[in-house]
Design a protein around this ligand. Structure first.
Ligand SMILES: NC(=O)c1ccc[n+]([C@@H]2O[C@H](COP(=O)([O-])OP(=O)(O)OC[C@H]3O[C@@H](n4cnc5c(N)ncnc54)[C@H](O)[C@@H]3O)[C@@H](O)[C@H]2O)c1
Length: 353
């Protein structure tokens, strides 16, 4: 098992990464926390595969355990579901000295984190992320949120977990598309901070090679995110580099109404297109976009869209809440492994056609 420590101004917490850690949850909790009750928020898919064994494990102690099982998918991360979840916690009579566990992908992590931040003005919570995206990204850094009808993540908070428990083995039950969706974020870390990681990912011959190195890869990604979060917890400076590929990516997701491409697939296209453009404009070394294209194809990710659509995309980018007064913080690469923030505007994209 590997351990990372996140040290923030007002809080420190650990990330545990290892194989089979889900079988040790009870011991880990008993060693680290005093509590009487634990509420586990999860979704139906995750509960079906891992719920029973985790329930049995936790019930073997003297703690009260309650599962709150929600429908899978982004629709669950809705402001409208909060009352139902809060009511279940009230029925369970959970108190501020008890614990909430988020057991699932990014949807459950963001929702359960937001519930924990707000219920009774804050309950301690633990992230047990079960998708690759959640393991390398959403479970770390304290961003928790729910969606409104008018947009994603519009209501949220910075609220860090007490602990993150990453069991690498749970990735084995992921649907292929969901697995590779998370690989887009893994590749992103290579692009922005770690050329060695990028080259290692390029060198694998098959999914098995990748899976065999997964513990190290997840550790490397979490460690990179740790550094950005420690240096810029509230995301006003350097942490924005983690948004590499996301300006175009978010626009693609939104343009296709979150139906055609997943988040990771959209970010993949975004990473390639922005790098192609920034190469053309002289911000990035020549040939880096080709390397990105190659690695995305290798990991079953898309890298291009029909460019006739680019005008529509530009309109979507211009409506993005982060695009204040037409100032865009673009994340560009000098080269693979080295990223920078460039203040620009929508005009940057005009020449992509
Ligand atoms: N807080 C952050 O910093 C941050 C960062 C990136 C993304 N996000 C959010 O994350 C969410 C997306 O997360 P996601 O991609 O993990 O999606 P998700 O939570 O919807 O999970 C994807 C699918 O995989 C299933 N699943 C999860 N774990 C499984 C397992 N081990 N085996 C089999 N099936 C499993 C789920 O039931 C679901 O159907 C979005 O809402 C996004 O906004 C948050």
């Amino acid at each position: 098992m590997k351990t990372l420590n996140i040290n923030l101004k007002d809080k420190n917490y650990k990330i545990l990464i290892g194989k089979g850690l889900r079988n040790k949850i009870k011991n880990i909790l008993d060693e680290n926390f005093k509590f009487k009750k634990v509420a586990i928020i999860t979704d139906e898919n995750v509960y079906k595969i891992y719920g029973k064994e985790i329930k049995q494990q936790l019930l073997s102690g003297n703690k009260k355990v309650e599962f709150i099982i929600l429908k899978p998918g982004e629709k669950t991360k809705s402001f409208n579901i909060l009352t139902e979840v809060y009511n279940k916690l009230l029925d369970f009579k959970i108190t501020r000295s008890d614990l909430i566990i988020a057991l699932g992908g990014g949807v459950i992590g963001d929702l359960a984190g937001f519930v924990s931040a707000t219920f009774l003005r804050g309950i301690k919570f633990i992230q047990i992320p079960t998708t690759l995206l959640a393991q390398v990204d959403s479970s770390i850094g304290g961003k928790v949120a729910v969606d409104l009808d008018k947009g994603k993540n519009l209501v949220g908070a910075f609220y860090h977990p007490e602990l993150v428990i990453i069991d690498v083995d749970v990735l084995n039950s992921l649907d292929n598309r969901v697995f590779y969706d998370g690989m887009a974020e893994v590749i992103k870390y290579g692009c922005i901070r770690d050329e060695k990681l990028f080259n290692t990912l390029m060198s694998f011959n098959c999914k098995n090679d990748l899976i065999n190195s997964m513990e190290d890869i997840i550790y490397t990604c979490c460690d990179i995110k740790r550094q950005f979060v420690e240096n810029d917890e509230k995301d006003t400076g350097e942490r924005m580099i983690l948004n590499f590929g996301h300006t175009i990516g978010h626009a693609i997701e939104k343009y296709y109404n979150y139906e055609k491409y997943t988040h990771g697939e959209s970010v993949a296209i975004g990473m390639y297109l922005i790098t192609k453009l920034s190469e053309y404009k002289g911000y990035t070394d020549i040939n880096e976009s080709n390397k990105i294209k190659k690695i995305l194809i290798k990991y079953n990710l898309p890298c291009d869209i029909n460019l006739e659509k680019f005008d529509d995309l530009l309109e979507t980018i211009s409506l993005d809440k982060k695009n204040l007064d037409n100032v865009l913080n673009l994340i560009l690469l000098n080269k693979i492994g080295d990223a920078k923030i460039v203040k620009s505007s929508l005009e940057f994209f005009q020449e992509v056609k």
